[in-house]
Design a protein around this ligand. Structure first.
Ligand SMILES: C[S@@+](CC[C@H](N)C(=O)[O-])C[C@H]1O[C@@H](n2cnc3c(N)ncnc32)[C@H](O)[C@@H]1O
Length: 260
């Protein structure tokens, strides 16, 4: 069910949002959307001139702040030309040391061992059909001694209902694999920008073991793994959600390194 091309088409439509709201996002990106946990983890790893690859950079609101962390250079890779174009326009205005490349995250058009830190997440892994290939691309582009950092939706987060009174588990989904049609974003933006479109993005349900083992099998060494109660994203219309009140995991962070 679903292909990378189906997902790319769906994201191209949805990412028009960021082109239309480009001015708003100049300020958002200038203020910076890196979380304290991200800054605390990443900042000590970077030096002036470090090269950071933001894989699946999307709207790229973190990128100006990432480049300011240590005077590093950021390269964003995303298969959506709309996303890359609006993000590129923004970093030109902000005079940030960031550039964008339109490409599949499973075939990154960068030379091997040219990157000091791969940064990714916040709604990235669920779009990838093949984690072992993704992990081997991460390892290929990282220099020995380089770092991989992920802050992502917890694999169980998609199972929580949005009930307000109590935490409940959706009985129509399984933690253990499978795919599902996206029904949040990009779906809402497709309805807004191209209501007649039949484009639909497909999400892959990866477990924690799938993610960790793909990275270890590709040759990375795990340094830190954290599970967090806060979701990385709250849809504007979601209101109060019991599953976000602190008793179940909604996001996780992972730091790994490539042996020097
Ligand atoms: C929710 S956004 C990620 C947000 C981004 N990390 C950020 O913080 O702004 C997901 C992005 O993944 C991109 N994407 C999905 N599958 C991809 C693939 N196979 N290769 C490259 N980009 C992909 C989409 O175009 C979209 O911009």
């Amino acid at each position: 069910m679903g292909t990378t091309e189906d997902n790319r088409r769906a994201w191209e439509i949805a990412n028009r949002k960021y082109v239309l709201e480009s001015d708003t996002f100049v300020k958002v990106a200038d203020d910076g959307t890196l979380l304290p946990l991200e800054v605390d983890t990443i900042a000590p790893l970077l030096r002036p001139g470090s090269v950071v690859l933001h894989l699946q950079s999307g709207n790229g609101t973190e990128d100006p702040a990432l480049s300011r962390l240590a005077g590093s250079t950021v390269v964003g890779v995303d298969f959506s030309a709309e996303a890359a174009t609006s993000a590129q326009h923004r970093v030109r205005i902000l005079e940030s040391s960031v550039s964008y490349v339109v490409a599949d995250a499973l075939r990154v058009p960068l030379a091997q061992e040219c990157v000091d830190l791969v940064y990714t997440g916040k709604g990235a892994l669920m779009w990838l059909p093949d984690l072992p290939t993704w992990a081997s691309e991460v390892v290929r582009v990282l220099r020995p001694g380089g770092w991989f950092f992920l802050y992502e939706a917890h694999p169980s987060a998609s199972l929580w209902t949005h009930d307000t009174d109590d935490v409940r588990v959706r009985s129509d989904l399984s933690y253990f694999g499978g795919t599902r049609p996206n029904d949040s974003f990009p779906a809402s933006a497709i309805k807004r920008f191209d209501p007649d479109s039949r484009s639909q993005a497909i999400e892959w349900q990866w477990t924690m073991a799938d993610v960790v083992m793909a990275l270890l099998d590709a040759g990375l060494q795990l340094v830190q793994l954290g599970e967090h109660p806060e979701p990385f994203w709250r849809p504007a219309d979601a209101g109060t959600v019991a599953a976000w009140a602190g008793t179940v995991p909604n996001s996780f962070s992972l730091l790994a390194t490539k042996a020097g």
